[in-house]
Ligand binder design. Structure first.
Ligand code: 6PG
Length: 253
């Protein structure tokens, strides 16, 4: 049973613009620190639609913050098992809104190989990619994992009532479609990977997510979601930050 979120983890903004600006500064600060300390910044991107605004803001900020994109390594926290050119693909969204607009080469981009077709094979292949990148020693540690949350409390592609929510050995699992669209098979980081990160950032906006956020914040039940996956994100040693707007926060600060 996870404890309620502590208030330090929650940042409430009056507008999406202010939320995006603050999240941009946070990501770039973490990147600066990672590059300074370890010579690189290991980032896992989120899917859905919310990240588009952050991606655009990162590009705009890059000039004034002198971002060295060559030190960034881009991964995906989850993916829909569709072609990477498909409008439903999280990679397609990331490529269109960020990766195609910044000076990075293919060696810096670790795309989920959905062309393999079978979700289990896709999960296995991406797990191998992570293990070969991080070295086969223990749990990969990302500098920052970006996440969103659905109105049902899911995050990445970890959906309520998914039998594998408590997977403790694998880095990636294949999951069937959740209740929210698109109804396609997915592959997703497991909680051990997410909770090993140095920083985990949720971006959530819109009143449709208020009930789910209440469930995360106060450990209140969420109809239809006996376990709220987003509430299970508790980095062991890393920093958790929820960037939410007032609609999600339901008027609470
Ligand atoms: C996905 C995402 C998912 C997303 C949430 C929020 O593949 O759909 O990884 O976890 O972050 O559903 O999506 P929005 O940002 O579109 O609200």
């Amino acid at each position: 049973m996870t404890t309620p979120l502590d208030s330090d983890s929650i940042l409430v903004f009056p507008s999406v613009d202010e939320l995006v600006q603050a999240a941009t500064d946070y990501v770039l600060d973490v990147a600066d620190q990672a590059i300074q300390e370890r010579g690189r910044f290991l980032l896992a991107l989120s899917g859905g639609s919310t990240p588009r605004r952050l991606h655009q803001s990162l590009i705009e900020a890059a000039g004034r913050r002198n971002v060295d994109w060559s030190k960034w390594q881009f991964f995906q926290g989850d993916e829909r098992v569709v072609p990477s050119t498909d409008e439903r693909s999280n990679f397609h969204m990331a490529e269109e809104s960020l990766l195609s607009k910044i000076p990075v080469d293919q060696s810096q981009i670790h795309r989920v190989p959905t062309e393999l077709g079978d979700p289990e094979k896709v999960a296995d292949a991406y797990e191998q990619e992570l293990r070969s990148f991080f070295g086969d020693t223990g749990m990969p540690q990302f500098d920052l994992i970006l996440l969103g949350m659905g109105s049902d409390g899911h995050t990445a592609s970890l959906f309520p009532r998914t039998p594998k929510l408590h997977e403790s050995q694998r880095l990636l699992i294949a999951t069937p479609p959740g209740v929210l669209p698109p109804p396609v098979d997915r592959v997703t980081f497991t909680f051990p990977v997410i909770n090993a990160a140095r920083h985990v950032v949720f971006l959530a906006t819109g009143g449709d997510k208020q009930a789910a956020f209440d469930a995360v914040r106060h450990r209140t039940p969420l109809p239809g979601s006996p376990e709220v996956p987003s509430a299970m994100v508790r980095p062991a040693d890393g920093e958790l930050r929820w960037f939410v707007d007032q609609a999600v926060a339901g008027g609470e600060s």
